[in-house]
Design a protein around this ligand. Structure first.
Ligand code: C2E
Ligand code: MG
Ligand code: MG
Ligand code: MG
Length: 289
């Protein structure tokens, strides 16, 4: 049966004490320092295959404990990083750490369907950075199974410069990177993105799953899932917080889910322990029938 992975700790963030405006410069230089010293946390949240509740992969999420201010949420420090080129350094750091961890996992846990990691991208990275060469370099030094290094992009990100984004995404895909459309359904004219850009995965925004008790929830979820599958895409639902969410998603035909019910974002070492605690794939194929 489904178990909440990664312990019972609640993730509680203290809001930044004073308005960010005044402290942006401090925050920015402290964050730069954290990346340089590699104290910025790289956490992994399991993405579950609903049919058998196995771990399909992990989303990579940045975590920061400031030496004086304590925990600061990504929703507070990512926008600060995005105001400067620091987001490129943060992006490179998360990409390197995520790919390194995935490479170690693929060696230790060979699976018929290899584990994946999914890394969040900011628009600045896509538009102003030499992302193609960076991803190429990461892929060539980490020998990952094709498509298992996934990049998560949002609608607003690709739409800020659709023509250029389409080209970059085509090239990333040609390199063998997976492409996930994050927070699906929260932007405008979402459907056009699906034909315009080469995404292989839709991540349904957690607001659709959270609409618990609303009559629209099963209708919208079922429609998005069916559309994704008809387009040959994988569909991941975000924000599965309890067993009822997980069950409903499964019954609606959704293949993958992510959320506090299945596991909180956790450090790589903890995720490794979790993977070790799960019995290896049985070698039934090798047995005489
Ligand atoms: P996101 O990419 O949509 O990530 C999912 C967010 O939902 C994460 O928040 C995750 O902790 C949270 N979450 C997961 N399961 C549940 C659940 O069951 N219930 C609820 N209520 N929330 C759940 P987090 O880690 O605070 O990150 C927030 C956003 O910050 C991310 O949204 C992403 O846009 C951004 N972010 C985080 N790490 C990075 C990074 O390394 N690079 C970039 N560019 N952005 C990042
Ligand atoms: Mg994401
Ligand atoms: Mg998301
Ligand atoms: Mg989000």
């Amino acid at each position: 049966h489904a178990k909440r992975l990664g312990g019972d700790r609640q993730e509680v963030y203290r809001p930044i004490l004073r308005p960010l405006g005044k402290n942006v410069v401090d925050i920015e230089s402290d964050l730069r320092e954290a990346i340089k010293k590699e104290t910025l946390g790289v956490f992994f949240q399991p993405i579950i295959r609903l049919e058998d509740q196995s771990i399909a992969g992990f989303e990579v999420l940045a975590r920061w404990t400031h030496p004086k201010r304590g925990k600061i949420a990504p929703s507070d420090f990512i926008p600060v990083a995005e105001q400067s080129s620091l987001i490129n350094e943060l992006g490179t750091y998360m990409l390197d750490k995520g790919a390194q961890q995935l490479s170690a996992w693929q060696r230790e846990f060979p699976m018929t369907k290899p584990l994946f990691v999914s890394i969040n991208m900011s628009s600045r990275q896509l538009l102003k950075h030499d992302l193609i060469n960076e991803v190429k370099a990461v892929l060539s030094r980490s020998s990952l199974a094709t498509g298992t290094l996934k990049l998560e992009l949002t609608e607003s990100l690709v739409m800020s410069n659709p023509e250029y984004s389409a080209k970059v995404l085509e090239r990333l895909r040609a390199l063998g990177a997976g492409l996930s459309l994050d927070d699906f359904g929260t932007g405008h004219s979402s459907l056009s993105y699906l034909q315009r850009f080469p995404f292989d995965t839709i991540k349904i925004d957690q607001s659709f799953v959270k609409a618990d008790g609303k009559a629209t929830r099963p209708v919208l979820l079922r429609s998005i899932v069916a559309m994704g599958h008809d387009l040959g895409m994988s569909v991941v639902a975000e924000g599965a917080e309890n067993e009822a969410d997980a069950l409903e998603l499964y019954q609606l035909g959704c293949q993958y889910a992510q959320g506090f019910f299945f596991g909180l974002p956790m450090p790589g070492a903890e995720a490794t322990k979790l993977l070790r605690s799960i019995p290896a794939e049985t070698e039934t194929e090798a047995e005489p029938s």
